[in-house]
Design a protein around this ligand. Structure first.
Ligand SMILES: [Zn+2]
Length: 243
């Protein structure tokens, strides 16, 4: 017999969005409207009023300040995305540890709740980065690479989401998820909410959320909840990976 998710559902849908920008406000409203849970990966040192940059489309992207973000993500997961969004492939081990550990501490202080997830900035991943994530107390490290699969991820330190939201076949990928009978199927979409403005795809995203929410087989979890369900803590892992 197939394993089921808590609540007896056969599938989980989730989203993971990076950088903590102004458009998160509209996106979280949509998630809340349809009962979908998300993970938001934040850079605590970049959360300040007036911090902005110009997207290639010409749009100015603004980060949310701690006060603007304080209750926005209630009901969703807050995860670390490093302090300052550096290229970790150019960073030494002490810098990686500081970027992860201080960001986690800052986010826990700002939001008053536990932060146990990590999403790597840019497209970087290395065994050392994964080890640093463990040492900093994270329970998983999400990377930018897509799995293009509905199979539940097996490696919490090299966690690949299903699909990037700007992929041309996003709708087809969601269609396949709604039809699959794979055991413990997962559909995780990743991206940046400013793209929903830049690519004019709010309506398309809302259609996806509406369709998924109307499917009675689908449960909604954050990435951390999914990791904890799929991969309960392993005592040997913490022993083997002690510094
Ligand atoms: Zn980022």
């Amino acid at each position: 017999m197939k394993r089921l998710y808590p609540g007896g559902k056969t599938k989980v849908f989730t989203v993971s969005y990076d950088d903590g920008v102004l458009q998160d406000i509209r996106f979280v409203e949509l998630l809340n409207k349809y009962g979908v849970k998300g993970t938001f990966n934040l850079n605590s040192r970049l959360m300040r009023d007036g911090f902005e940059w110009t997207h290639e489309s010409g749009m100015v992207v603004k980060r949310l300040s701690p006060s603007a973000a304080l209750h926005l993500y209630d009901g969703h997961e807050i995860a670390s995305h490093t302090l300052t969004h550096p290229y970790l492939d150019r960073a030494d081990r002490s810098t990686i540890l500081r970027e992860m550990g201080e960001d986690r501490d800052d986010l826990e202080r700002i939001f008053g709740r536990e932060v146990r997830g990590f999403a790597a900035p840019f497209t970087f991943w290395s065994p050392e980065m994964a080890q640093c994530a463990r040492l900093c107390g994270f329970e998983y490290a999400r990377i930018s690479e897509e799995s293009r699969s509905y199979a539940p991820p097996r490696d919490r330190w090299n966690w690949r989401a299903g699909i990037f939201h700007l992929s041309p076949d996003l709708d087809g990928f969601v269609d396949g998820f709604l039809e699959t009978d794979l055991e413990l199927a997962v559909c995780q979409i990743v991206g940046h909410t400013y793209d929903l403005d830049a690519a004019n795809m709010w309506e398309r995203m809302e259609n996806i959320l509406r369709r998924v929410a109307s499917c009675t087989d689908v449960d909604f979890m954050t990435t951390l909840e999914l990791v904890r369900f799929l991969m309960p803590p392993d005592i040997s892992e913490s022993v083997n990976n002690s510094p």
